[in-house]
Design a protein around this ligand. Structure first.
Ligand code: ZN
Length: 204
């Protein structure tokens, strides 16, 4: 698993967003797979405590199940990204089916941010989404979903080369909950005076 994508990978897919060029000192925390009851709510409490903004790549199905948590994310000024309606693996899905599922999310909420589940997406799918979406990858993968990574190892993975403009991936899912909350709290605490924590906004 690639926690820090190489320059080669970035050159193969130059149209994807791998970090946010910035002159400020800022980090972009991102959370995939929610909203999830309790998990997303605990996370929102934590972000609010540090006045940090983040980006949530939601699964459409979860948005339809938990509209009040989704509305809380919006009300607290975080950004929303499309993570397909049913968390499809692009490599295993026909392009038309994939695009249909992504656009199904668009019926719930209009956003220009998209992140492919598992980071797996075909060139034809990238092309199909290009008109409406910017595809947001990452510069740091926390590995919070991985059974062999302890919470300490996840934190080390996140922080060892941390730099301004980094896009860090976590999961507000049941599986990742404990490791994710552990890492996010420590990152907010450790870097609160060094970095702003901002949501991704590429609208200009
Ligand atoms: Zn996902």
């Amino acid at each position: 698993m690639i926690t820090h994508p190489s320059t080669i990978l970035k050159k193969i897919y130059p149209s994807l967003v791998w970090n946010i060029p910035t002159k400020k000192k800022e980090l972009f925390l991102t959370f995939d797979d929610g909203p999830t009851p309790i998990v997303t709510e605990s996370l929102l409490d934590l972000l609010a405590k540090y006045n940090a903004k983040a980006t949530f790549f939601c699964i459409g199905e979860n948005v339809s199940k938990y509209p009040s948590i989704f509305n809380r994310i919006l009300a607290e000024d975080h950004s929303i990204g499309n993570h397909t309606f049913n968390h499809l693996n692009g490599w295993k899905t026909k392009t038309l089916d994939y695009l249909h599922n992504a656009f199904q999310f668009g019926e719930y909420y209009k956003t220009e941010l998209f992140r492919p589940p598992y980071g797996k997406i075909k060139a034809s799918q990238i092309k199909g989404l290009k008109g409406g979406y910017k595809i947001i990858m990452w510069s740091v993968l926390s590995m919070d979903f991985h059974p062999r990574y302890s919470k300490e190892k996840c934190l080390e993975t996140c922080t060892k080369e941390i730099k301004s403009g980094d896009i860090i991936v976590f999961h507000d899912s049941l599986k990742a909950k404990n490791k994710m909350l552990f890492c996010v709290e420590r990152i907010l605490e450790k870097y609160q005076n060094d970095f702003e924590f901002n949501s991704i906004d590429l609208s200009d």
